[in-house]
Design a protein around this ligand. Structure first.
Ligand code: ADP
Length: 193
């Protein structure tokens, strides 16, 4: 299997690039943000619970998020691999993901991290808010909280993969196609080792 964590702060372009990578490499794209938004739209019990957190830009609690991710992974027993977008966002989630994949006799192949500075992230999210319809994109204080939560709770997750020799940083500034090429270059190297 080829299992990739596409990592990066809010607005780094994880969703756009994950969709393209999933197509190129024949992977299942799992975005916890997209899954939460779908539950919120459908007003499921999970959606109602998650909304209280996503609206503020806080993380949904690990227990709920990990359970959701595990059940999503189980829906694709014959997958060639996964691209995890927006997960793991805490150390506990990283540990749970490892255990989940180990249970399938597999593991994370690499973490590719899109790097962009905070001013650029804020600019992109403001632009995205015009079309995304996402309430968490529309309010500057929520955007600011998401970036702060990323630095506090999520950025340390990179160390987990760095220690395992699986971290690859990629410049996230530029045109979509240009960044896609950079990501593919990194992933093609991973596949051949
Ligand atoms: P972005 O990367 O632009 O912040 P996402 O779509 O990945 O957007 O996530 C939107 C929201 O969904 C997050 O702010 C958070 O509330 C929730 N969420 C998504 N993934 C996770 C996760 N792995 N753990 C906890 N909360 C999450």
């Amino acid at each position: 299997m080829l299992n990739i964590v596409l990592f990066g702060p809010p607005g780094a372009g994880k969703g756009t690039q994950s969709a393209k990578l999933a197509e190129r490499y024949g992977l299942v794209h799992l975005s916890t943000g997209d899954i939460f938004r779908q539950h919120i739209r459908e007003k499921t019990p999970l959606g109602l619970e998650a909304k209280g957190y996503t609206d503020k830009g806080d993380l949904v609690p690990d227990e709920l998020t990990i359970r959701l991710l595990e059940s999503e992974v189980k829906r694709y027993p014959t997958a060639r691999g996964f691209i995890f977008d927006g997960f793991p966002r805490t150390s506990a989630q990283a540990i749970a993901l490892d255990a989940c994949l180990a249970g399938m006799g597999s593991s994370i192949s690499c973490m590719v991290a899109l790097e962009a500075h905070d001013d650029e992230l804020r600019r992109r999210i403001v632009r995205r808010a015009e079309s995304s319809g996402r309430p968490d994109d529309a309010r500057p204080e929520v955007v600011q909280n998401r970036i702060a939560v990323y630095h506090r709770d999520t950025a340390p997750v990179a160390d987990f993969y760095r220690a395992a020799g699986k971290y690859k940083g990629v410049d996230g500034i530029g045109e979509v196609e240009e960044i896609f090429k950079r990501l593919c270059t990194v992933i093609d190297q991973v596949k051949t080792v």
